[in-house]
Write a protein that binds this ligand. Structure first.
Ligand SMILES: C[S@@+](CC[C@H](N)C(=O)[O-])C[C@H]1O[C@@H](n2cnc3c(N)ncnc32)[C@H](O)[C@@H]1O
Length: 342
């Protein structure tokens, strides 16, 4: 088990499959915070082909202390399955948090162009375009390639804009199949308290069962603290909507954290890395300093970095060796910064 006498012992990452959570003792974990495969085949990554087997949630239930929370990211499409898996494993569903952002990319195509193709009509070329944003398969390398202006590219690499040429295609120009994704759900569940035990008794015995609302208050907007009946000096209680971008309404009362953008030179080319600031908010919400957080699907280690930054201990599992190397690098640099800070 992790001990905290030395900061280097603040985390462990197991480069192996999480199933069974080997070596993790029963009721030894304070919280699970994880971003599992969504089961939607994101960018054709093999590991995202299917939802994790229900077994992993039973394993999480086994290792969590009574009253321990789990925060589990999900796709919208398969959230109902994941929620059932969690419930079948013994968890009580407590809430659905929504992480809201403005820079999600709609996955769609122009049905008008598809109709041209169906009718064997050549669509009309209207110009070229650059693809410079969003996630690219193959990580930084392919991203770098995409980052060049379309006009600099060889003819065969150039991306063209088209519009429908057939009458039927024109009739459906701009129609598509997907709207812009603006939120990701985070399912909040809790391992039930033992029968007859109150929250206070459970907190005294295990340190789990309640939410750390004090450390996750959202500061007021400028001047707003003076408004309202009994304004708390640190801000309002965190909500179940975590906002990422200002909506320009002049009244930005929810949590702001930007979605991570992929840059060509990032050594961390994990395609679905989560913002550390968001993970830190979640870690603070369900734990105290020195609590142990488990992430069975560690990826590039964003949950772990957030935990180390806020002096929570971290145990991760990740089966992909390349991602483990990235996570190790990020975590040791977080430990270094923590040592300099303390
Ligand atoms: C959505 S990603 C996590 C990304 C992470 N939140 C980050 O910020 O980098 C899910 C990860 O789970 C890993 N994974 C999938 N099945 C696994 C298993 N059975 N055991 C351990 N890791 C697994 C994948 O390799 C992938 O890196």
């Amino acid at each position: 088990m992790i001990n905290d006498s030395n900061h280097n012992d603040l985390y462990q990452i197991h480069n192996q499959s999480c199933y069974g959570l080997p070596e993790i003792e029963n009721e030894s974990i304070d919280a699970v915070i994880t971003d599992p495969p969504y089961g939607i085949g994101f960018q054709a990554h093999k590991w995202d082909k299917a939802l994790p087997n229900e077994q992993i949630w039973k394993d999480c239930f086994r290792v969590l202390k009574p009253g321990g929370y789990a925060l589990v990211f999900s796709s919208i499409r398969l959230m109902h399955h994941l929620m059932l898996h969690l419930e079948n494993s013994g968890f009580h569903i407590k809430d659905i948090l929504m992480w809201v952002f403005l820079n999600g990319m709609p996955k769609s195509r122009d049905v008008g162009l598809d109709i041209d193709k169906e009718l064997d009509v050549e669509s009309t070329k209207t110009g070229t375009y650059n693809y410079v944003q969003g996630y690219k398969k193959g990580g930084a390398e392919s991203y770098r390639a995409a980052d060049r202006y379309a006009t600099d590219r060889k003819e065969e690499e150039r991306k063209y804009r088209y519009e429908p040429a057939s009458e039927e295609g024109k009739n459906y120009q701009g129609w598509g199949m997907g709207i812009k994704p603006c939120y990701e759900p985070i399912i909040m569940v809790r391992k039930p308290l033992p029968s007859g035990v109150t929250v206070a008794q459970n907190v005294l015995k295990h340190g789990t069962g309640a939410l750390n609302l004090e450390d996750t208050r959202i500061p007021y907007e400028r001047g707003e603290g003076k408004v309202g009946h009994n304004p708390h000096p640190k801000g309002r209680v965190t909500g179940n909507v975590l906002r990422t971008d200002p909506f320009d309404d002049g009244y930005d009362k929810f949590f702001l954290v930007p979605k991570v953008r992929q840059h060509a030179d990032d050594f961390n080319h994990h395609p679905t890395k989560k913002p550390v600031k968001l993970m830190a908010h979640l870690a603070k919400l369900v734990t105290h300093k020195k609590s142990i957080v488990l992430d069975p699907f560690t990826g590039s280690g964003s949950t772990g970095v957030a935990c180390v930054n806020h002096q929570r201990r971290f145990i991760g599992f990740e089966k992909n060796t390349e991602y483990v190397a990235i996570a190790e690098k990020r975590l040791s640099s977080a430990i270094q910064s923590l040592k300099e800070k303390l």
